[in-house]
Ligand binder design. Structure first.
Ligand code: CA
Length: 223
């Protein structure tokens, strides 16, 4: 799970980052608002911990900017603004939760876990695109009436692509999310797996669903 901390106070950022890393999260830090919005829009994160008062761009603006392009990304506001109006504003703008400084790390961790769980709970039982149906609970895949047998990795890969259908997914991102290996590893494994998956999902079917974006990555979509 990847978390971005946008926080200009070094000590606070380091404290949260250390705690989250110790609990198995991978953490990036942005130290001002502009940087925060840029990184949040360029990279994949499961959750953002966002300070309100930041240099260059405040947390409200980051929230609006991020919400516009990533409506599903979890956002936790972390701020010294204890006023009820600020809380309401944050939630109205689409923050998922709100924590007032000073806070106990254990409380932050509990909120983070709860937000991430909420993400999982929202998963449906089925994902579908055109005539492809993925049954997430039974691990069954159908293309029309044809049953398609996938290895567990191929299944994870297909589910990840179906959850992000229409989005171009880079090899690096796929490697990180499906194989849990980091970006400097050999991402050739992704190409090989995509090729196999494509043979099973698309070969022999008129409508192709997996598409290559040369030099960028792969996308699952109806064309
Ligand atoms: Ca601040």
């Amino acid at each position: 799970m990847k978390i971005l901390i946008v926080e200009d106070e070094n000590k606070t950022a380091a404290y949260i980052s250390k705690g989250l890393s110790e609990n198995g999260f991978s953490v990036d830090i942005a130290q001002d608002g502009q940087d925060g919005l840029f990184v949040a829009s360029q990279q994949y994160y499961d959750l953002i911990i966002l300070d309100v008062l930041l240099p260059k761009l405040d947390g409200w603006s980051i929230l609006k900017g991020v919400r516009a392009i990533k409506p599903d990304l979890r956002i936790l506001f972390l701020t010294a603004c204890a006023d009820i109006e600020d809380k309401v504003k944050g939630l109205e703008l689409g923050a998922d939760d709100y924590l007032v400084k000073p806070f106990a790390f254990s409380e932050l961790l509990a909120r983070v876990r709860s937000l991430l769980r909420r993400g999982v709970v929202q998963l449906q039982d089925h994902l579908s695109i055109v005539d492809l149906d993925i049954d997430l609970t039974k691990h069954k895949v159908l293309r029309g009436v044809t049953r398609i047998d996938l290895t567990p990795k191929e299944f994870s890969l297909l589910v990840f692509m179906a959850q992000h259908q229409g989005e171009v997914l880079s090899r690096t991102l796929i490697a990180e999310r499906v194989w849990d290996i980091n970006f400097d590893s050999d991402t050739n494994v992704v190409d090989v797996a995509i090729r196999r998956l494509r043979q099973k999902i698309d070969d022999g079917f008129e409508k192709k669903l997996i598409h290559t974006m040369r030099g960028i990555g792969y996308v699952l979509e109806e064309r």
